[in-house]
Design a protein around this ligand. Structure first.
Ligand code: MG
Length: 221
């Protein structure tokens, strides 16, 4: 087989993969909508604070909504256990060698639980920790929330344009450390707005709880 032919076959397979993923994502969203469940895909690097933000959101929202959290991780269930302690049900999905959740993972979860228990509630999905792989795989969530922290350095946004382009809300976390970290947060915000003018950006501290209420308002929860 010629080099060109091999190449074209690989591209076709990738297109099928994305097409199948998108189709399943649409089915996931339809199923969640059937039960009026609001859904959010939370992406970000390891250590950005995805789990900490979810802990804070669960504390503030679990009195008002029934919440389910799906935690994606390559091997551990550390994050799921952390969120469990806040009285919220978590389902761990270990992806093995995959560096992102895909819509099939979500299908497997939501088709195998009693989804009606979460009617009018919330599904948070914590994606596998990195800012690259989740770009290719939508999950069927209503909104994608991207989390970065000021400790990741000034270039974290410009170096990951695709995921910023494909997100609805950006959270800049660890603002409680602003006095000891040499980073220009307003420049980070400008970078994000240049990549995606429609993205809503919130400077928060999951640790202190600062501005988490503003984030909740923006998520219409
Ligand atoms: Mg986490």
């Amino acid at each position: 087989m010629s080099k060109e032919k091999k190449k074209s076959i690989i591209i076709e397979l990738n297109q099928d993969l994305i097409k199948n993923n998108n189709r399943l994502a649409e089915e996931n969203n339809n199923l969640l909508k059937k039960y009026n469940i609001k859904s959010f895909d939370v992406v970000g690097a390891i250590g950005a604070g995805k789990t900490a933000i979810l802990e804070s959101l669960c504390d503030k929202l679990s009195g008002k909504y029934k919440i389910l959290v799906i935690n994606g991780d390559v091997t551990t269930r550390i994050d799921a256990d952390r969120i469990n302690k806040h009285g919220v049900r978590t389902i761990q999905v270990n992806t093995g060698r995959e560096c992102a959740l895909n819509s099939y993972h979500i299908t497997q979860v939501i088709k195998n639980i009693e989804l009606s228990e979460y009617k009018n509630g919330i599904l948070f999905i914590e994606n596998v920790g990195n800012l690259i792989c989740p770009s290719d795989f939508i999950l069927g969530a209503d909104k994608r929330i991207i989390v970065v922290s000021i400790t990741e350095g000034p270039w974290v946004i410009v170096k990951h344009p695709l995921l910023f382009k494909l997100s609805d809300v950006a959270v800049i976390n660890k603002m409680d450390l602003i006095d000891v970290i040499d980073v220009d947060v307003e420049k980070m915000i400008k970078d994000a707005k240049e990549i995606n003018p429609n993205i809503k950006i919130f400077k928060i501290s999951a640790n202190s709880g600062a501005n988490v209420s503003e984030l909740i308002k923006a998520l219409e929860l």
